[in-house]
Design a protein around this ligand. Structure first.
Ligand SMILES: [Zn+2]
Length: 199
């Protein structure tokens, strides 16, 4: 006995308009994909290697990377979470950023300013502090002994102040690096807020 198609109205409608429906569904899917990619994928498309080495950020002060930005950031700023210290073998906060570079690599002033401190401090090594304004200061730790500035001296943004070394015994396991801090209004701030390379 011949079997007759006994589907209802809806089924016949679907069968008849199948191609249109596929087109509509496909169009909606593409539209959704476009919307999602626009909303979720909104990241700067700039490849990392196209960023110039003297990369600066315009907010809130145009700081220069104190060591060529191409060098590795070994440890980021972390004041609200604990990160591992290889030297101390424990988790702790980190109030600056560490940039690893070969010993002797130039360290430069992040901004114009006045050198307010040059010292050799136990655990921190050779340290230079530069005041840029009443409220803004940068601190350079783990420098070599070959410091090129003296207290009271004015320095220009980008002027060499010393060299990368491993004098900061508190972080000695990281090898030669610069420990860099930004102090604004008396508080240690994330250098990534001032230098895009360290975000
Ligand atoms: Zn550090």
């Amino acid at each position: 006995m011949e079997k007759k198609y006994t589907g209802g109205r809806a089924a016949r409608f679907f069968k008849k308009n199948l191609y249109y429906m596929i087109i509509i569904v496909a169009t909606l899917a593409i539209g959704l994909a476009v919307v999602l990619s626009l909303t979720l994928g909104r990241k700067p498309a700039l490849p990392a290697d196209s960023i110039p080495s003297d990369l600066v950020n315009t907010k809130p002060a145009e700081m220069l990377a104190p060591v060529d930005a191409a060098f590795t950031v070994a440890k980021l700023f972390a004041d609200d979470r604990l990160i591992w210290s290889e030297t101390l073998r424990l988790f702790e906060t980190h109030q600056g950023i560490d940039i690893q570079a070969p010993a002797g690599t130039a360290v430069v002033a992040a901004l114009d300013g006045t050198v307010v401190r040059v010292a050799n401090v136990p655990l921190e090594g050779y340290v230079v502090e530069i005041r840029h304004s009443d409220s803004l200061k940068t601190v350079y730790k783990s420098l070599g002994s070959d410091i090129l500035v003296t207290e009271g001296q004015t320095v220009a943004r980008g002027a060499r102040i010393g060299s990368v070394a491993d004098t900061m015994t508190y972080e000695i396991a990281e090898g030669p690096h610069l420990h860099f801090e930004v102090v604004e209004a008396g508080a240690l701030k994330d250098p990534g807020l001032y230098i895009a390379a360290y975000k």
